[in-house]
Design a protein around this ligand. Sequence first.
Ligand code: NI
Length: 134
Amino acid sequence: MISVTRKSHFNAAHRLHNDDWSEEKNAEFYGLCNNKNYHGHNYDLEVTVTGEIDKESGYLIDMKYLSGIIEKKVCDRFDHKNLNLDTEEFKNLIPTAENIAVVIWNILRDEINPDFSISIKLYETQRNIVEYSG
Ligand code: NI
């Protein structure tokens, strides 16, 4: 088995808020990420694909294809968006880094050969990192 990783990046705004909780509980639990006027993060994304090398091409996956679908299906969709207000995915889903990673994984899962496994690493800050692999 071999893995390749493509790095990419998008900027997006969000607010973490659970409508079932009081304003006080939300403020206390989510802290700065509960700011009612939203705030932004510079998200760094690493997508790792794992599988077997194609004997004919010598590639695992064509990086042009991988980078293209990440740009088109993920970055174009979320870059410079307010995740809560501008995207269908987070209308009813709290846009935590965990949930964003799961959403991205599901988007890419549909686009990548099912023989390969996919792992998502999302950096919400340089110190807060989430990984999801299905
Ligand atoms: Ni935040």
